[in-house]
Design a protein around this ligand. Structure first.
Ligand code: FES
Length: 163
């Protein structure tokens, strides 16, 4: 996806056309921008500030307050390795390390090909299935480090909607 200033500008106009530009719309607009680009491009932030008449620093303040927003391009697929207590005692740490090794990135990172982003998360509410990994919306129960390669192969080169 191109994120040149020109492309971002054209796409932003399209996103903004669905809103009135009111201050109260700041979070929904941030969500819409992120949905469009997969993250919040830097050039979008000043445009958003102008559109909503909110100071750019406040736009950044709002975006950094919520963990749902990202400022760098993310992978097509998000891998969440649960490291809550139940998953921890059932081997979440070696599982997370296996993903890091296989992807060549650390937790919080995105692979060079922008296929995957890897996250370490707290309890996802499925402790009976520990250790749990969630890829996009799919839950992998009783996951083992030796299954990591096959798990990744399920997603490589596929869009989220193909899963
Ligand atoms: S601790 Fe992992 S699902 Fe609850």
């Amino acid at each position: 996806m191109s994120t040149s200033p020109e492309t971002v500008k054209a796409d932003l106009l399209e996103v903004f056309s669905k809103f009135k530009g009111q201050r109260e719309e700041l979070i929904p607009i941030l969500q819409a921008v992120q949905e469009r680009f997969g993250f919040l491009p830097e050039s979008a932030m000043s445009a958003l500030a102008r559109f909503t008449s909110v100071a750019e620093s406040r736009v950044y303040g709002a975006a950094t307050f919520y963990t749902q927003f990202y400022f760098a391009r993310r992978g097509k697929h998000t891998i969440k390795v649960c490291c809550g207590t139940a998953c921890h005692v059932r081997g979440a740490a070696p599982l997370l390390e296996a993903f890091e090794r296989e992807l060549g990135i650390e937790r919080g990172g995105t692979s060079n090909d922008f296929e995957y982003s890897l996250e370490r998360v707290a309890c996802v509410g499925s402790c009976a299935l520990a250790p749990v990994v969630v890829v996009d919306e799919k839950v992998y129960a009783h996951m083992k480090a030796k299954q990591v390669k096959d798990c990744l192969a399920d997603y490589k080169g596929k869009s989220r909607s193909n899963q």
